[in-house]
Design a protein around this ligand. Structure first.
Ligand code: NAG
Ligand code: NAG
Length: 420
């Protein structure tokens, strides 16, 4: 008995220390990354076309054969049906870790050196034409024909003959979710000088399929959690000229019951900043619409209706900005004072006393994660239903119900066993 007890005690201490780890060390990432990973749903990816940001869609598959060797397949689609492909990238090579991100603790910048194979297939006549027009020898592009470009010149990617493609991205793992990064809301590629500043929707292990929740089960699950952003999210916003800009926000959702929600959105000047510029608190109704299994089995479309809207400016500059052109029936804003803008005209946020803000969104829950729909890439609201997206946003986590929930139960059993 005595011996068993001390073994248990050591085991117990190990478990306690494991369950308290929040962010990963590089060694832990290397141990966990060796797996095959896939997108949960078709991913919405912005494509900056100068004066407009267009949606494209991606499905990703990454296989880490070891902590330094990868192969990947990325399919790019031109609509949300997931059947009209534009391009397929298939590559393999070497990953090297460059150092911890200075904005996301526990995330590491990685270099992906595609020095084994890099194959590109173009799936539309338009793309074939464009690529052939600027191709200076080496390749004649043909629709749907995989082209090995490992060492060939591809002017469309500024890739020279004899050069391997080198790409940069973040790697972050939390629970059994693998994250790469977003640089901005315009879909720009990361580089060593411009590393990602936020996480994108995660990948899950390829064999990690769970039983989809029914609508009733989903309702039951969401009310139990306090759902918060893992890091500052890179989200599309609009500047005063109506152009898409990158904003950095965190979200915290609770659901007092299955037909209402509260949301606190904090906006930050940049990805690494800890002091918010302003906090917005929204209280409203959740109206369930229809099954969203077309996005991912178990997801449901729902409309969020804003009933109450509060704004707290957190810097003097924000107070000044909001107090300029203040609508007549509003009292001036004050630093750190929560102002009630419910049923008020406040054009800066698109609020007017006669109309209620509504968004056609979706909800998907798995393990300790909750997903809403991805924001439309043009930075405008997903309303009406024609504007809702068919992809998932960054996930929100309820840390209380992470794997540590199982540990707590186990702890009880173990403590119990020590005394018998
Ligand atoms: C790819 O690069 C790695 C490290 O830079 C090197 O060890 C490996 O031999 C290269 N493979 C090929 C096929 O060139
Ligand atoms: C905010 O204003 C709305 C509309 O006037 C009101 O119904 C609500 O109770 C107010 N909230 C608080 C906390 O006073």
């Amino acid at each position: 008995m005595e011996n068993y007890s001390s073994t248990y005690l050591i085991f117990l201490l190990v478990i306690i220390s494991i369950s308290q780890i929040q962010s990963q060390t590089l060694d832990e990432i290397k141990a966990q990354i060796v797996n095959e990973w896939k997108s949960i749903a078709l991913e919405l990816v912005p494509l900056d076309q100068g004066n407009q940001v267009q949606p494209t869609y991606e499905r990703r598959l990454w296989n880490f054969i070891s902590d330094s060797e990868f192969s990947m397949k990325i399919e790019v689609f031109n609509d949300r049906s997931g059947s009209n492909r534009l391009q397929t990238f298939e590559g393999s090579g070497i990953i090297t870790y460059q150092g911890e991100s200075n904005v996301i603790q526990g995330a590491f910048l990685c270099q992906f050196h595609l020095n084994k194979t890099f194959i590109l297939t173009l799936h539309t006549d338009d793309l074939v034409l464009q690529f052939n027009q600027i191709q200076n020898g080496g390749i004649t592009w043909t629709k749907d024909k995989p082209q090995d470009i490992t060492l060939l010149p591809v002017p469309a990617f500024n890739k020279l003959a004899g050069q391997y493609l080198i790409a940069y991205d973040l790697i972050y793992i939390r629970n059994n979710y693998l994250y790469m990064g977003d640089v901005d809301a315009l879909g720009n590629m990361a580089s060593i000088d411009e590393p990602p500043r936020g996480l994108c929707a995660p990948l899950i292990p390829s064999n990690d399929d769970i039983t989809p929740l029914t609508l009733d089960e989903l309702k039951e699950e969401i009310v139990k959690g306090v759902w918060t952003s893992l890091a500052k999210e890179v989200r599309p916003g609009l500047n005063s000229e109506g152009q898409v800009t990158t904003s950095f926000q965190t979200r915290k959702f609770t659901f007092p019951d299955d037909s209402s929600f509260t949301l606190i959105v904090s906006s930050y000047p940049g990805p690494g900043q800890t002091e918010s510029l302003m906090d917005i608190e929204i209280i409203g109704d959740l109206i369930w619409e229809e099954d969203a299994s077309a996005v991912v089995p178990g997801a449901q479309f729902a409309q969020f209706v804003v009933n109450e809207f509060y704004l707290t400016p957190k810097t003097d500059q924000m107070v000044q900005n909001f107090n300029q052109n203040l609508p007549q029936d509003l009292d001036p804003f004050q630093l750190n004072q929560k102002a009630n803008l419910t049923k008020k005209d406040f054009p800066a946020f698109g609020l007017s006393k006669d109309t209620q803000i509504k968004e056609n969104d979706l909800l998907y829950q798995r393990e300790n994660r909750l997903y809403l729909g991805a924001r439309p890439v043009d930075g405008r609201r997903p309303f009406p239903t024609e504007r809702r997206t068919y992809s998932l946003s960054d996930d929100l986590i309820d840390p209380e119900r992470s794997a540590s929930f199982a540990y707590i139960i186990m702890l009880n059993i173990l403590i119990f066993s020590i005394w018998i």
